[in-house]
Ligand binder design. Structure first.
Ligand code: HEM
Length: 157
């Protein structure tokens, strides 16, 4: 918030020209895609011919399910994986990239909308953060009510 104010002077909303000046917004997006990936088990694929990978034989017609959640919550890679901590990409996970690690899938069928998604997320987040202070809602007793972090099933195409 402070760096957003510093960059925009508090008189205008941030735009894409400000992107390199506000790197923390990129860290938040990277951590968001890691912490609660949009497609935790990606999109399933079926092989069209037999293959061998690391000594394992996969006949034609094998279904492959990428465990994106598993990669992003592997304690050997991301310490305290359940904690939302964007700074990890500045420190112990510097150089790690949730985009190429599977947040948008892999290979030839990788998400073609990833650049639009990335730009949309950045602009929305930067502008919301520059204009609002985000806090949990409170119940009648003044206690914070945190939103559920559970996934809901379904994919709308
Ligand atoms: C945060 C936003 C998004 C995430 C996390 C995401 C993630 C994914 C993932 C994981 C896949 C499966 C890739 C694979 O099979 O390995 C996929 C496929 C796809 N995505 Fe996205 N996506 C996002 C936004 C979008 C947007 C904005 C569009 C279109 C404007 C889009 C269009 C598609 C299409 C058409 C496919 C199917 C590609 C194919 O099978 O050849 N996505 N996406």
């Amino acid at each position: 918030m402070i760096s957003l104010m510093y960059v925009t002077g508090g008189h205008r909303l941030p735009d894409f020209n400000d992107r390199t000046s506000i790197p923390y917004v990129d860290l938040i997006i990277a951590e968001l895609l890691r912490w609660r990936p949009t497609a935790p088990l990606g999109v399933h694929h079926q092989s069209q011919q037999p293959d061998i990978y690391k000594g394992y034989y996969f006949p034609s017609g094998t279904t492959f399910i990428p465990n994106i959640w598993g990669v992003f919550h592997d304690e050997k890679i991301f310490s305290e994986p359940e904690r939302f901590r964007p700074e990890r990409f500045l420190k112990e996970n510097a150089g790690f990239d949730t985009y190429t690690m599977g947040a948008f899938g892999y290979g030839r069928r990788v998400c073609p909308g990833r650049y639009l998604a990335d730009s949309s997320m950045w602009l929305a987040l930067a502008q919301i953060l520059s204009a609002f202070i985000i806090q949990p809602k409170r119940d009648g007793q003044g206690q914070e009510v945190l939103p559920s972090l559970d996934y809901k099933g379904g994919l709308v195409m």
